[in-house]
Design a protein around this ligand. Structure first.
Ligand SMILES: *[C@@H]1O[C@H](CO)[C@@H](O)[C@H](O)[C@H]1NC(C)=O
Ligand SMILES: *[C@@H]1O[C@H](CO)[C@@H](O)[C@H](O)[C@H]1NC(C)=O
Ligand SMILES: *[C@@H]1O[C@H](CO)[C@@H](O)[C@H](O)[C@H]1NC(C)=O
Ligand SMILES: [Cu+2]
Length: 548
């Protein structure tokens, strides 16, 4: 009797734990990153390219005995391959060109020390052509940028070129008239352009490093750029080099480096003609390592002629240094960061950021205000300054980095963190059957991207684990973005129109999925097409290349 009661209680407790875990998602340490993950970008279905700065990473020795500061993390084996670089990539930026080559630019000063010989990266241009084997390496170009940039922002343009904007010309934690580079340039097949001056980056001093820049997908200002820094924002025409409209200041504190908030281009949908909305969350009011972070978010509808900020809280938790990740079900997750302080290393012997926020929050843009936020399960690993998070094709979030130290340290409060984790959001529900995509428009699914066109319909065939009927099938096309310093450069999530779903003789099903109509919505180049069954993502997304 006693045993039975104990057993029942144990079972009940386990059930409660299981429900709790699946309702909030769960974390798992999956591997080591080799180099500190200051920047990260998904470059193939099973590969994340990691870029650090030139620093003595203990486990990143190259065959020639020198130390590397970039690696390719393999998601299928949780191992990494160290990639040599010549230039220092410290606090740089990246974006895909429309042809699928990753462009990385800028960085900072030369580093010469034992086993490291890095050239200055302030004006460096690097290319990485993703591959499916171990044969791809960085190519560093002899031609420099138009000038020096540190903490610049890059974004893929609708024509496949890349916009490169802002930054400072010297090492600094705070921009100024003499240090800043208030210009932009555009990289195309003929190389980088001259620099065009932009007054907005003078007006937003000193908090305009890593500005947020997005191509506007639709509505009144379609095709122009939204540029945000400090508390200001504008709608800008980069071709005519002029402000189209100055927008109201976001309420609350500054939200750009080093008072770093998180920017996110909210998911778009065919249901409202890809209406453009941006959300900017968190930040910090003063340059202080003791001041609490901000607990507010501003959301702005750029589809309106007179866009205005609509304020909300930040999921009930003040946060700086958060990272935004768009999930294929249309929620926006904010993860990593701290509740106190700001970006940077130390001041007066104190870390500039403290009180790690260990749990993500998820934002549902379509829910009524007051019901938009969900708090997810916490990790145990602080992810402070210089950490990253990116969506990966199985629908989970890969999280790495954290290194608020001027050199790798394991003997301090906030160590140089080499452990990579995967967070499984609760929409992946082990109690529900999962679908697997088996072919794409009649072709086998490969790791190499499948070329697709804008405004075209494709047949996506899938099976359901354990058989059974599909529920509501939805689809989204995602550009996971170049992640660094709370920036999600070029990140996009588009809900696609799914037509009829038909049953096939072999027990599989086929859904007709329509790609979006144009490159303002999502730029040409590599993207991932997700399929979801009643909101539960398929085992892996299809790697596609749109309009290239
Ligand atoms: C270096 O690699 C070894 C072997 O995998 C591991 O035990 C150690 O923790 C790693 N060190 C760091 C700093 O990641
Ligand atoms: C993409 O374009 C860039 C710039 O013109 C070029 O250097 C690169 O080789 C191209 N990549 C491919 C795959 O053609
Ligand atoms: C997809 O496959 C169908 C059937 O083979 C074909 O008719 C259609 O043209 C393909 N779609 C595109 C956009 O290539
Ligand atoms: Cu930095």
């Amino acid at each position: 009797m006693k045993t039975n009661t104990a057993l029942l209680i144990t079972v009940a407790v386990l059930l409660v734990i299981a429900t709790f875990v699946s309702a909030q998602g769960h974390w798992e340490v999956v591997g080591l990153t080799g180099v500190a993950a200051m920047h990260a970008v998904l470059v193939a279905p099973n590969r994340v390219l990691i870029i650090d700065r030139a620093e003595p990473n203990p486990n990143a020795t190259l065959p020639d005995g020198t130390t590397g500061w970039s690696c390719e993390y393999h998601l299928d084996t949780n191992t990494y391959r160290v990639l040599p670089l010549k230039t220092n990539t410290f606090c740089s930026a990246g974006a895909f060109l429309g042809n699928g080559t990753l462009l990385s630019t800028a960085g900072s000063d030369a580093v010469k020390q034992d086993k490291i010989d890095a050239q200055s990266g302030f004006s460096a241009i690097r290319l990485f052509q993703p591959c499916q084997d171990d044969g791809c390496w960085w190519a560093e170009l002899p031609t420099p940028l138009s000038g020096f940039r540190w903490y610049n922002t890059m974004v893929t343009l609708p024509d496949g070129r890349v916009l490169n904007l802002g930054g400072s010309k010297v090492l600094t934690g705070l921009n100024s008239v003499s240090k800043g580079n208030p210009t932009y340039e555009i990289y195309s097949s003929s190389g980088t352009s001259d620099a065009f001056p932009i007054q907005f980056l003078v007006d937003t001093l000193p908090y305009n490093l890593y500005p947020c820049v997005y191509v506007i997908s639709g509505g009144y200002y379609q095709g122009y750029h939204f540029i945000f820094a400090n508390r200001q924002s504008v709608i800008y025409d980069i071709n005519q080099n002029q402000v189209i409209k100055a927008l109201p200041d976001i309420p609350g504190p500054p939200r750009s480096y080093p008072l770093t908030g998180s920017c996110a281009y909210l998911p778009m949908t065919y249901e409202n003609n890809y209406n453009p909305e941006v959300m900017i969350c968190g930040g910090q009011a003063v340059q202080s390592y003791t001041n609490p972070a901000d607990n507010s978010c501003g959301r702005i509808n750029l589809g309106d002629q007179d866009p205005a900020w609509d304020m909300d809280d930040f999921g009930g938790q003040a946060r700086v240094l958060g990272d935004s990740v768009a999930l294929p079900d249309g929620t926006m997750v904010f993860v990593n960061g701290a509740a106190t302080g700001m970006a940077g290393y130390y001041m007066d012997g104190h870390y500039l950021a403290s009180d790690p926020v260990l749990f993500p929050v998820a934002y549902d843009m379509n829910a009524p205000k007051g019901q938009r936020w969900t708090r997810y399960a916490a990790t145990t690993i602080p992810r402070m300054y210089h950490s990253v998070a990116t969506l990966i094709p199985d629908g989970t979030i890969w999280v790495a980095g954290s290194n608020p130290n001027p050199e790798p340290r394991q003997d301090v409060q906030f160590i140089t963190e080499y452990r990579a984790e995967v967070f499984t959001p609760p929409y992946i529900d082990p109690s529900k059957p999962r679908i697997t995509i088996t072919s794409f428009n009649g072709s086998a699914i490969n790791k190499a991207p499948i070329s697709v066109k804008y405004s075209a319909e494709y047949q996506v065939t899938f099976t359901i684990a354990g058989g059974g009927q599909p529920g509501t099938i939805t689809s989204s096309l995602i550009h996971t973005g170049f992640k660094t310093h709370s920036q999600a450069m070029s990140m996009r999530c588009v809900k696609l129109l799914v037509g009829k779903v038909t049953a096939n003789a072999d027990g599989s099903y086929t859904a007709n999925v329509r790609t979006p109509p144009n490159a303002f919505i999502i730029p040409p180049g590599p993207q991932y097409m997700f399929l979801l069954n009643d909101g539960h993502p398929a085992t892996t997304a299809v790697h596609v290349s749109i309009g290239a």
